[in-house]
Design a protein. Structure first.
Lengths: 613, 438
């Protein structure tokens, strides 16, 4: 073989014709739900993770899987996903007995979850800055989130900002009531697709917003649980095999809590006791979260369900436990989702009139319904993710989130063709979720007020590109924003006596309904003050209280060859008030169960919140 | 209503970390009718003090009680009924009050109690297995079950509950036991009604979510720990275990290997501690909260009510939920004219909300039964009694706060760290108790 001579004519600027294109994705096998569903339909699936070279662990650019078992005091052999024997078959096959598959699965599902958020938000998501053991920020090393798939022998999995990691536990299934598990078998939380997605979502939200995890009111912890559940649940609808199967077994009514079982064409009477396994009533897998975990800890079925009880405004008044309270928000979002799905598919159902209850959906109809269901799920997930950008930077309530949802949707889709906003407003109203300060329950009243274009300019701000800002751009923007905020402090509602920090700023790029590129920047401005723990006493103990504004700054498009200054479109504020101060003191008392481990940050203790849930 | 010629006397017996209060209501020209509010000690008992206090109480009452109130069934509120059962056997009681959680006819209540006691028993075993039988979480668990009484073959709490349910009236009939929840007006024995006393029940709420997230949560914490099956086996074949982790990622790791191991170990939640704490809170929140009114004076006995119970009392529901964000006018008015307050839960930080301190009548008098060093840690701001809270109460009431450990009892002198009993308000002439005249 002869080497082609170097061409003098083109100066060697062309890429070699012999180069191999890098693959776009790396296929990796995972459990679609968890091992308890066994080999039932569609329980193994392949996740196509964005390709990146991986070191043993796996260790990539965003995640480092380090498999240390804190109970057994040992490491487990890390998987090397670059080995030809593994590459060739799309990753190790699902297995409970090989820790290397577990490492592969946490890597794959965590990466998948991160990618879904980045796609929805239209930008790169950053992790919280890790802190060194002495409490200082670590800035000089690639910021990877640690994943510990077998951190402890405990029915628990949680995101820990202190460890900059997600810790997954393993435990023995209940000896007397283990559901589909063998009594006493080992159950791994790191093999539950839902649990991995849920915990990764906590880490993502904590990275996006600096102070959103401070439990300053009754809704905060509940919101984080609900949001992570929503992210895990909406993913179910992207799994086409399960979706089609569920459509068949619910006659297209995806919100049904249980599946119809059919033996020889006859619908089984749910009242009748099952005689053989084909008779057993099965829960709708799309609506149940972390089934194996729930059954193994004798909770009769899934950890939580998206729906489950009829809507009532009383729940929001009485449910205080974060998961219970969060489930009210999850149900509200899912009610809206099913309303939109049923509205969109109504014509299809009108075309097809079943002759009897036992009729199967014709395959093409099922395909159309599945498409509508998964597209609508994607719309809702994207909306929930984007709504984060429209939340105030501190002290979030369910009512604020409702306003953020409505505003985000209105901002992206001014024409509500599918009736998403109407469905959301109705389902939230039915559950008594109302903003504190909206005067009417209408779209215009729920939407955060928009500023007049150009009324509040932020001169010279740089927007970078969708891959983020360079270090120089970050330094430049940081200085601009701090100086600007201090100058406009009073106008923005801040107390000029306290310094204003620009906690984060992210450029955001999106294409509007007319195909035009819109560029915005999301900015978090925050003020910190100390409030007395025991007002009226001489005690010097204090609590740290944050106030702040989320700014959405637009970069106007060029017009006649000129570009106007960037200006603020929304200023979403949560400022100091004596009521908020008092509320935070109460929240502190209500949360003051003893903490274990280092409590360096005033944050939700997910370790205890998630224990045994 | 005409002003009473003679005041009510509140007598707080010092027994250690536990409540033992006697309220003596003047009837007729020179007589008294007596109400016993709790009788127990658990952590940090003062040696010999309980027996002495029981004898004193018997003498104080002449063996006749108009009413016995059990706020909740923690050992530090009821153990005296078990250890002093011989004394109580010689006494008569006209009525017994308990919270709705003790109602044998209420299936839900019975389920809650059964689950709490079972949880506490398992916790005791699990903590003992972990070599932690002496830590404060083991004390919390034992406070729920009571100590095991070898001679009686049952727990001291069960004996105490038996005593409370087995009293006889002066007329020789079986003493009726009444069960109450927030919002009810209790019917007092006629002798007290005639004296001008009335009682409103302000807690506990009937909403379980407010009392605690107690449905089956503590049980789950235990399932989480492997329960009674002991330590879990290694999850994988030995061949998968290795000595270390060779970092080959691009660029340095965020943490050195030793820091990663330290993080994993440091962040393991202490589920046993959390379960004990949660069960303890749930039981405290069952406290019967009683507001007495006597010729224009008001007296509040809040048991060990904690946040959920108080939230219902102060805000009419779960604080922060729609419609329950500000103090109800009723609660504000009640606090603004209160004359006597029995400080909840031995002065712990979560048993007297800040609103209560700030809204309290500045002329109010407060009494707190407590002992230093039984629970909590000063560095975590969880010590009981919580120093700043008592300081705030003392400031608000202009020094009208008494602590049980400010008087000598049994073989123990007054605790110098507790400060001195405010002069001129309370009397502590005798050994073992402090009096206040309302």
């Amino acid at each position: 073989m002869t080497k082609p001579p170097p061409s003098a004519a083109d100066g060697g600027i062309f890429a070699a014709t012999t180069r191999l294109p890098l693959p776009a994705t790396r296929p990796l096998a995972v459990y679609a739900f968890d091992p308890s569903r066994g080999r039932r339909l569609g329980n193994t699936m392949t996740v196509d993770v964005a390709y990146e070279p991986l070191a043993p662990g796996p260790v990539g650019e965003r995640f480092a899987v380090v498999d240390y078992d804190g109970t057994q005091n040992t490491y487990y052999t890390p998987v090397n996903l670059e080995l030809p024997a593994i590459l060739m078959r799309g990753g190790l096959a699902p297995s409970e007995v090989d820790p290397r598959f577990h490492q592969q699965m946490v890597y794959a599902v965590a990466s998948e979850t991160l990618e879904r958020f980045q796609t929805a938000l239209g930008r790169r998501v950053h992790w919280r800055r890790p802190s060194a053991p002495d409490g200082t920020d670590i800035d000089d090393r690639p910021n990877r989130l640690y994943l510990h798939p077998h951190a402890m022998a405990q029915a628990n999995a949680f995101y820990s900002a202190d460890a900059h990691a997600i810790l997954f536990g393993y435990f023995k299934a209940s000896a007397d009531d283990a559901g589909h598990n063998l009594p006493g078998q080992t159950v791994f939380t790191c093999l539950s697709h839902d649990i991995i997605a849920h915990e990764t979502t906590h880490a993502i939200v904590d990275g996006i917003r600096e102070h959103l995890m401070e439990p300053t009111n009754i809704d905060v912890a509940a919101f984080h649980e609900a949001f992570a559940d929503l992210a895990a649940l909406f993913r179910h609808f992207a799994h086409s095999e399960t979706l089609l199967d569920t459509l068949q077994k619910t006659g297209g009514k995806l919100h049904a809590l249980t599946l119809k079982t059919k033996v020889a064409g006859e619908i089984v009477d749910p009242e009748k006791k099952a005689q053989i396994q084909a008779d057993t009533i099965e829960a709708n897998p799309l609506l149940a979260l972390a089934t194996q975990f729930g059954e193994a800890s004798a909770m009769h079925g899934g950890l939580r369900s998206a729906l489950g009880s009829p809507p009532t405004p009383d729940d929001i008044k009485t449910k205080t436990e974060p998961h219970d309270r969060g489930s009210v928000l999850v149900a509200a979002v899912f009610d809206a989702y099913f309303t939109v799905y049923l509205r969109k598919t109504e014509p299809l159902f009108k075309l097809w009139k079943p002759a009897g209850d036992g009729d199967d959906l014709p395959a093409p109809l099922a395909e159309l319904l599945a498409e509508a269901a998964s597209k609508t799920a994607e719309t809702f997930f994207t909306l929930c993710a984007r709504a984060l950008d429209y939340c105030p930077p501190v002290d979030l309530t369910f009512g604020d989130f409702l306003r953020a949802l409505i505003t985000a949707d209105l901002d992206f889709y001014p024409n509500d063709t599918d009736g998403v906003r109407d469905a959301i407003m109705q389902s939230f109203r039915l559950r008594g979720i109302l903003p504190d300060d909206a005067r009417y329950f209408s779209e215009a009243s729920l939407c955060w007020p928009e500023l007049r274009p150009g009324a509040l300019p932020v001169p010279r701000l740089r927007f970078g590109d969708p891959n983020g800002l360079t270090s120089a751009e970050k330094d430049f923007d940081g200085a601009i924003l701090r100086a600007w905020a201090q100058k406009k402090a009073t106008l923005l509602g801040f107390d000029p006596a306290f310094a204003i920090k620009a906690e984060s700023f992210h450029p955001m790029f999106r294409v509007d309904q007319n195909g035009k590129l819109l560029t915005d920047m999301i900015v978090e401005l925050v003020q910190t003050r100390e409030i007395p723990r025991f007002p009226g006493s001489a005690d010097p103990a204090t609590l740290t209280m944050h106030s702040g504004v989320t700014l959405i700054v637009a970069r106007p498009p060029q017009l006649l060859g000129r570009r106007a200054q960037p200006y603020v479109r929304f200023a979403i504020a949560k400022h100091y008030s004596p009521e908020r101060e008092q509320r935070q003191r109460h929240a502190f008392v209500a949360n003051s169960t003893e903490r274990s481990g280092p409590a360096s940050r005033f944050g939700i203790n997910f370790a205890l919140l998630h224990a045994g849930d | 209503m005409p002003a009473a010629t003679r005041p009510i006397r509140i007598r707080m017996y010092r027994v250690g970390f536990g409540d033992f209060f006697l309220m003596s209501v003047p009837v007729g020209a020179s007589e008294y009718a007596h109400i016993l509010v709790d009788c127990g000690v658990h952590a940090k008992p003062v040696a010999g003090a309980m027996d002495a206090a029981l004898a004193q109480m018997h003498a104080d009452t002449g063996g006749r009680l108009a009413l016995v109130i059990m706020t909740h069934r923690h050992a530090d509120h009821i153990s005296g009924f078990a250890s002093g059962r011989a004394v109580f056997a010689t006494m008569t009681v006209e009525q017994v009050w308990m919270s709705w959680f003790e109602n044998p006819a209420d299936k839900q209540a019975q389920g809650v109690q059964k689950s709490l006691v079972a949880t506490a028993a398992r916790l005791t075993a699990a903590l003992a297995a972990a070599g932690r039988a002496d830590d404060q979480h083991a004390m919390m668990a034992e406070n729920i079950t009571g100590q095991f009484d070898v001679a009686a073959g049952t727990s001291s709490n069960d004996i105490a509950l038996g005593v409370l349910r087995g009293f006889k009236t002066a007329a020789g009939a079986k003493t009726p036991v009444a069960y109450f929840s927030a919002g009810q007006t209790a019917k007092l024995p006629p002798v007290l009604v005639d004296a001008g006393l009335a009682a409103d029940i302000l807690g506990p709420p009937t909403d379980l979510a407010l009392v605690a997230q107690m449905d089956n949560k503590p049980h789950q914490y235990l399932a989480a720990d492997g329960g009674d099956d002991g330590a879990p086996l290694p999850p994988f074949a030995p061949a998968f275990a290795t000595d270390g982790f060779k970092w080959q990622g691009k660029g340095p790791p965020v943490y050195a290997a030793a820091d990663v191991v330290a993080h994993i170990k440091a962040n393991q939640p202490d589920v046993l501690a959390a379960a004990a704490q949660s069960a303890d809170n749930a039981m405290n929140n069952q406290s019967l909260v009683v507001l007495f009114t006597f010729h224009g004076k008001t007296l509040l006995f809040s048991g060990d009510a904690q946040w959920g119970n108080w939230a219902n009392l102060l805000f009419g529901g779960a604080f922060g939920s729609p419609g329950h964000t500000t103090l109800t006018s009723g609660a504000a008015a009640m606090l603004a004219k209160l004359d006597f307050y029995k400080v909840g839960h031995h002065g712990s930080t979560n048993a007297t909300p800040i609103d209560v301190v700030n809204m309290l009548n500045e002329g109010c008098t407060a009494m707190c039964s407590t002992a230093i060093g039984a629970y909590g840690h000063e560095d975590q701001h969880t010590e009981v009694p919580r120093v700043p809270l008592l300081a705030a109460l003392d400031a608000r009431t202009h020094g009208r706060l008494a602590r049980s450990d400010q008087v000598a009892a049994g073989k123990v002198a007054a605790d110098p760290d507790a400060g001195t009993l405010p002069a001129g308000i309370f009397t502590a002439d005798a050994h073992g108790f402090i009096d206040y005249l309302v």
